[in-house]
Design a protein around this ligand. Structure first.
Ligand code: SF4
Length: 110
């Protein structure tokens, strides 16, 4: 068992967490009482981050909708197809692009 200080990346509060791990597997997560900002607070989303890493229903590859059904594809195929669509849109004169990350509102919209 290894105890590691870390922080939650779900929202901008970035609460301090203490993760108990065993061979790269998260066993439990607790709030870090010594964290300078969160001072021992963490909500259930942060405390359940182990489920993101080890949940049986988590996505492990990109999904593509083919004939109305999502099918797993490789990262290479996904990045290639997305890159081609972005390139084609740019070549067609489109200046519309956005990206969203977390809840920080730090996405780029043009
Ligand atoms: S533990 Fe909850 S409040 Fe803290 S950063 Fe994560 S999601 Fe935000």
């Amino acid at each position: 068992m290894k105890i590691q200080k870390t922080f939650c990346r779900i929202c901008e509060a970035q609460c301090g967490l203490i993760a108990n791990t065993d061979n790269e597997k998260i066993i439990s997560i607790e709030p870090n009482p010594d964290h300078v900002a969160s001072k021992g607070y963490a909500c259930m989303k942060g405390l359940k981050m182990g489920d993101f890493a080890h949940g049986p229903d988590r996505l492990t590859s990109p999904l593509k909708k083919i004939d109305g059904e999502f099918q797993a594809i490789s990262w290479s195929q996904a990045l290639s197809e997305i890159g081609k669509k972005l390139y084609d849109n740019q070549q067609a004169g489109s200046r519309l692009f956005s990206h969203w990350c977390g809840s920080h509102g730090n996405g780029l919209c043009r």
